[in-house]
Design a protein around this ligand. Structure first.
Ligand SMILES: Nc1nc2c(c(=O)[nH]1)N[C@@H](CN(C=O)c1ccc(C(=O)N[C@@H](CCC(=O)O)C(=O)O)cc1)CN2
Ligand SMILES: NCC(=O)N[C@@H]1O[C@H](COP(=O)([O-])[O-])[C@@H](O)[C@H]1O
Length: 191
């Protein structure tokens, strides 16, 4: 079974879904947050998952911050990394050793609506469809190879909250399923 670390910055509902919907391809061994007020930390404690809160504010630059993250990840023998609402751009320090094994979930049908405020962008654009993307990350932001996508319909009655809720429901199924798929495929290739 492969060891998975999850990086998060906020509520952690995707983190919880990844833990609860695990079907044996991976074991979540660690949650790392970049904020000590991230509710994801409380979810992890309830789930019995080890946590580390590592704030970039305590480091002189991104490279030293990411080296601290990498040191913890290596201590836990992590094979794969899931970015679940992690609101930092990953640089080469973390990307290089894990290239092809860092997977992000994004609340739009990339390449539409990249960045931090994808849901607001979709509402502003008055689209009738948006969705969820799960993708490998690369050095760019939301430019990595897409692994899976699922459409979410947008109605005229939708508010930010109702659309966010519909998107999160899809994420909580698609992200764990996609992680299982790529980790199992990687193991088969590795054999
Ligand atoms: N190298 C990559 N890192 C990350 C990606 C990615 O595709 N490549 N995805 C993001 C998640 N994300 C959108 O899905 C995203 C998160 C945060 C930001 C952003 O601009 N954040 C900060 C910048 C902080 C920093 O310098 O690290 C900001 O508030 O300006 C954009 C997109 C996760 N990481
Ligand atoms: N650009 C990245 C981005 O917007 N990520 C989004 O942050 C949310 C985290 O929710 P959670 O903390 O409840 O999992 C998720 O909807 C995820 O798609």
């Amino acid at each position: 079974m492969k060891k998975l670390a999850v990086l998060a910055s906020g509520s952690g509902s995707n983190f919880e879904a990844i833990v609860k919907q695990s079907t044996g391809a991976y074991e979540v061994v660690l949650l790392i947050t970049d904020r000590d007020d991230a509710y994801a930390l409380q979810r992890a404690t309830k789930l019995g998952i080890p946590t580390k809160s590592i704030s970039p504010k305590n480091f002189e630059d991104k490279a030293t911050y990411e080296q601290a993250v990498l040191d913890v990840i290596r201590k836990y023998g992590v094979d794969w990394i899931a970015l679940a609402g992690y609101m930092r751009i990953v640089s080469l320090t973390l990307l290089k050793p894990y290239e092809g094994r860092i997977v992000n979930v994004h609340p739009s049908l990339l390449p539409k609506f990249p960045g931090k405020d994808a849901i607001a962008q979709a509402l502003d654009a008055e689209v009738t469809k948006t969705g969820v993307t799960v993708h490998y990350i690369d050095e760019g932001v939301d430019t990595g190879p897409i692994i899976s996508q699922e459409v979410v319909e947008v109605t005229k009655q939708d508010t930010y909250e109702t659309l966010q809720q519909k998107i999160r429901q899809v994420e909580h199924e698609l992200f764990p399923k996609t992680l299982t798929k790529v980790i199992r495929e990687d193991e088969l290739v590795g054999k």
